[in-house]
Design a protein around this ligand. Structure first.
Ligand code: SF4
Length: 226
C-alpha cells in the first residue's frame, strides 16, 4: 500500500479527541474539497507491505489506538482491509476516517468508522454514498464539516431526514478551518465561528456533538504530522 506518513500524536477529532493515537496516513484521494488541509496526500507515498506498516506501528507502542486516514484510505481497500484485520488481531483499537464515497461494507465491524459527509461548500456535496448508512452502527460516527449557513442547513436536514442521531454513536458538527490559516491557534481560523454554530445547534434542538479540531489549537494550524 502507498503510505504518506505514520506517526504518533493526540487524536484531534471525533469522540476519541484528546487520546494518544497512532496515525497511518495513506496516499491518494478522489475528492478535492475546497478547504482540504491534506493536499500533500494526493500524490506520491512510499510503497510499504503490511508487515512493514505493522513494524512501524509497533515501534510507536505502547499507544494502542490507531487511526487509518488519508487522503481517502478506502481507495486502497484491497490492502487496507487486511491491515485493519491485522491491527485488530494485535489488540489495537482501530479507527478509520473516510469520506464515505467508497463502499464501506467490507470494513471490519469492530473498526470504528468516522465518516466525513461532505457539505456543499466543500465542493464535494453529494459525494457520500447513501447505501453506506446500512454499513454504520452505534460503533460509528458521522461528521459534517460546516463552512456556512447553507452547509449547516444541509447537515441539519440530513440528520433529521435520515434519523442519523439514532443510527450512529455520534453525529459531529465541526466548523471548517481556513486552508490559508494564520499561525494563531484560535477560532479566527475557522470559516464559521464555532459560537455561531453552537447557537444554531441549540436553537434547532439537535442532539449532535460540536467537534473542534483540537490539534489546530495545540499546534499552529498548518503544522503537518501532528
Ligand atoms: S476527502 Fe479529505 S483528503 Fe480528500 S480532498 Fe477532501 S478533505 Fe482532502
Amino acid at each position: 500500500m502507498y503510505i504518506i506518513e505514520i506517526y504518533k500524536s493526540v487524536q484531534g477529532e471525533s469522540s476519541f479527541a484528546g487520546l494518544p493515537c497512532i496515525f497511518v496516513r495513506l496516499a491518494g484521494c478522489n475528492l478535492r474539497c475546497t478547504w482540504c488541509d491534506s493536499e500533500y496526500t494526493f500524490t506520491g507515498g512510499r510503497k510499504m507491505s503490511l508487515n512493514e506498516v505493522m513494524g512501524e506501528v509497533e515501534k510507536l507502542a505502547p499507544v494502542k489506538l490507531v487511526e487509518i486516514t488519508g487522503g481517502e484510505p478506502m481507495l486502497q481497500e484491497r490492502e487496507v482491509v487486511p491491515l485493519m484485520d491485522e491491527l485488530l488481531a494485535h489488540g489495537f483499537q482501530v479507527l478509520i476516517e473516510t469520506s464515505g464515497e467508497r463502499p464501506l461494507e467490507n470494513v471490519p465491524k469492530s473498526v470504528h468508522k468516522i465518516v466525513d459527509v461532505k457539505c456543499p461548500a466543500s465542493g464535494e456535496g453529494g459525494s457520500f454514498r447513501l447505501e453506506n448508512l446500512d454499513a454504520l452502527t452505534k460503533n460509528d460516527e458521522l461528521k459534517f464539516v460546516i463552512a456556512s449557513r447553507e452547509d449547516y442547513v444541509f447537515a441539519r436536514d440530513s440528520v433529521l431526514k435520515h434519523g442519523l442521531e439514532s443510527r450512529v454513536g455520534e453525529v459531529l458538527f465541526s466548523p471548517a478551518f481556513r486552508k490559508d490559516a494564520r499561525p494563531e491557534r484560535d477560532p479566527s481560523n475557522c470559516l464559521l465561528d464555532p459560537r455561531e454554530l453552537v447557537e444554531w445547534i441549540l436553537s434547532d434542538g439537535l442532539n449532535v456533538r460540536l467537534g473542534l479540531q483540537i490539534h489546530k489549537f495545540i499546534w499552529e494550524p498548518m503544522t503537518k504530522g501532528v
